[in-house]
Design a protein around this ligand. Structure first.
Ligand SMILES: Nc1ncnc2c1ncn2[C@@H]1O[C@H](COP(=O)(O)OP(=O)(O)O)[C@@H](O)[C@H]1O
Ligand SMILES: [Mg+2]
Length: 288
């Protein structure tokens, strides 16, 4: 059952408790068990997309997308290549702009207002498929850049913060190295630590493991399970069904710019309603 608590961790301890409880984290990871739902009904929705439409020129890439994500909720987005998954999550932190409909992040509507945009970017962390670390900066510098320049944090404090998160993602010993000296899995964990240094309320992941060799996928997924176990609101584009089953409150299936189906992992993976989802599932199962 997706809502079943992980061993030793009641849902109540997870509220607002991002990166707070080692025990909850290791219990969830080591048992491979389900991560207790941290959905908060007492808080306003973290993200609201209301009839969002977007075009790239003549190409209609998002079609009347409606999506609500509650605070503490974990949503996995899946769907064929080109279906608009990246565009949808990039619209949430306004790396892309939408043309119709409304998007609210933590109650603030995305618009051309630069101050609102700054506030939203600070609250929303993003991790990309290709890590996007600065190659000429050390791991530590990659992590301290935004806290120093955006949050105006003193350097020493930013370095302490960065070391704290590098420790959480289990690579503190890599701090002085450069991205090119690290494995893909390590670089992706740096990218996660870097995003966390901004203390985001929401984390967006865009196929974070699909550029990785198989042996490195688990270490990155474990880091994401840790975040989930600690109550982070997450939207994750991934085809890792094991991860989806372990942590997702909801799975959303997109095809051709539309949200075609959504439900619990069990509903979406075991009881698909549409031919499009059935076809997609048969393809990814064949690919695994
Ligand atoms: N910057 C862009 N300019 C034009 N077309 C784009 C751009 N980015 C994505 N697209 C197109 O939009 C569609 C959706 O892309 P994307 O959101 O990346 O899909 P997904 O992440 O599901 O693979 C695709 O047809 C893609 O080619
Ligand atoms: Mg994509």
């Amino acid at each position: 059952m997706p809502g079943a608590p992980a061993a030793g961790a009641g849902p109540h301890v997870m509220h607002n408790n991002v990166l707070g409880h080692d025990n909850d984290m290791s219990a969830a990871i080591e048992t491979g068990g389900f991560v207790a739902s941290a959905v908060r009904t007492d808080a306003p929705p973290a993200i609201v997309m209301d009839k969002v439409n977007k075009w790239f020129g003549a190409l209609h890439v998002l079609r009347d997308v409606d999506l609500q994500v509650a605070a503490g909720e974990r949503v996995v987005v899946c769907g064929p290549s080109g279906s608009g998954k990246s565009t949808m999550i990039r619209c949430i932190n306004r790396l892309e702009t939408h043309q119709e409909g409304r998007i609210l992040v933590d109650g603030v509507e995305l618009s051309d207002d630069v101050r609102a945009l700054d506030a939203i970017r600070r609250e929303v962390g993003m991790v990309f498929q290709s890590f996007n670390l600065f190659p000429h900066l050390s791991i530590l510098e990659n992590c301290t850049l935004a806290p120093i320049w955006v949050r105006k944090m003193p350097k020493k404090q930013a370095e302490e913060l960065a070391m704290e998160y590098l420790t959480r993602v289990k690579i503190p010993e890599q701090a002085k190295k450069f991205p090119g000296q690290l494995s893909g899995g390590q670089q992706q964990r740096v990218a996660i630590a870097r995003a966390l240094c901004m203390k985001p309320k929401i984390m967006l992941f865009d196929e974070p493991t699909s550029a990785l060799d198989p042996e490195m996928i688990k270490e990155v997924l474990d880091t994401m399970v840790m975040l989930a176990a600690e109550g982070m609101t997450m939207i994750c584009v991934t085809h890792e069904m094991g991860f989806a089953r372990q942590v997702a409150d909801r799975v959303v299936f997109m095809d051709r710019g539309e949200v075609v189906e959504s439900g619990t992992p069990d509903q979406v993976f075991n009881d698909p309603k549409t031919e499009r989802l059935k076809l997609f599932l048969s393809q990814i199962l064949r690919g695994h």
